[in-house]
Design a protein around this ligand. Structure first.
Ligand code: NAP
Length: 259
């Protein structure tokens, strides 16, 4: 199926590796031109080069923390009229409520709530005027299925979900959609660092913690980031204009729930 994305302009935040990169690759595979962001210039530029070479699309890189107003302005200056916005950022630190510092709270809210809110505020009206817009927020399964040490993540992301709910009806009439993807356990560096935290708490090695988790997953494997990328590309496609305000769990059946 041709997703109708050739020549579309996409901003993908936090995209040098992991789920953000997978979204960027899936969009590039469909012919979209990209502006990518991540904090570390060297790895971001390498990713941008690899994607441009592989998929023969235009890829620009803007390095810096997406939680910063100046960096968001630079990203938007590189792509002033995006058709697609993929909001993503690093995940908040795990821990217990009493141990979260003011800095932990600021980082979590800046990266996972204020940044996507500011990016949407900057692009939604232009998308509506041009008659096409697709916004995908990468959030987390913790919004539906809390993990006790992920309180910062759940709090910041639940705020974003609440905000999105208020935006959908004002934009769908102009072919602008906003959806959230809620990943379960995907094989990325973030997953490995979370397991390092849990392993330390349990007094086992990170490898043991990963193997134990994998064995108990119904799918018997962690997700492949490209599975999130392709879901993102579909939600950004010409065919998905009637899907908005949805929070789509992609977790290999990891979380029991009534369907
Ligand atoms: N993997 C999972 O199983 C899973 C499950 C649920 C939710 N999530 C969430 O999905 C998001 C992506 O996770 P991931 O697993 O793909 O992580 P990852 O493999 O560690 O990749 C994170 C990417 O984001 C960039 N980044 C981090 N903080 C940033 C910031 N403040 N500003 C700009 N770029 C930033 C990183 O590059 P730099 O370090 O160079 O900035 C990197 O490109 C996170 O919010 C995570 O909590 C992941």
């Amino acid at each position: 199926m041709d997703l109708g994305l050739r020549g579309r302009r996409a901003i993908v935040c936090a995209a040098s590796k992991g789920l953000g990169r997978a979204c960027a690759e899936a969009l590039a595979a469909e012919g979209a031109d990209l502006v990518l962001n991540a904090r570390t210039a060297a790895s971001l530029e390498q990713t941008a080069r690899e994607i441009a070479d592989t998929y023969k699309v235009k890829v620009a890189a803007v390095a810096g923390d997406i939680g910063s107003t100046d960096i968001r302005s630079a990203v938007l200056a590189a792509c002033p009229a995006p058709d697609i916005l993929v909001n993503n950022s690093g995940g908040p630190s795990p821990g217990k409520l009493a141990t979260f510092t003011a800095d932990d709270w600021a980082k979590a809210l800046d990266g996972n709530l204020r940044a996507p809110a500011a990016m949407m505020a900057a692009v939604l009206d232009g998308m509506a005027e041009r008659g096409f817009g697709r916004v995908v927020n990468i959030t987390s399964s913790v919004v539906r299925h809390p993990i006790d040490v992920q309180g910062l993540s759940a709090a910041a992301r639940a705020g974003l979900h609440g905000l999105v709910s208020t935006l959908v009806r004002g934009h769908i009439g102009r072919n602008v959609t906003i959806n959230n993807i809620l990943p379960g356990p995907f094989a990325t560096d973030r997953l490995i660092s979370n397991f390092a935290f849990q392993a330390k708490q349990k007094g086992i090695s990170p490898e043991e913690a990963l193997a134990a988790r994998q064995a108990e997953l119904p799918a018997r494997r962690f997700g492949d980031p490209i599975e999130v990328g392709r879901l993102c590309a579909y939600l950004c496609s010409a065919h998905a204009g009637y899907i908005s305000g949805q929070s789509i769990l992609i977790d290999g059946g990891a979380h029991p729930q009534l369907v």
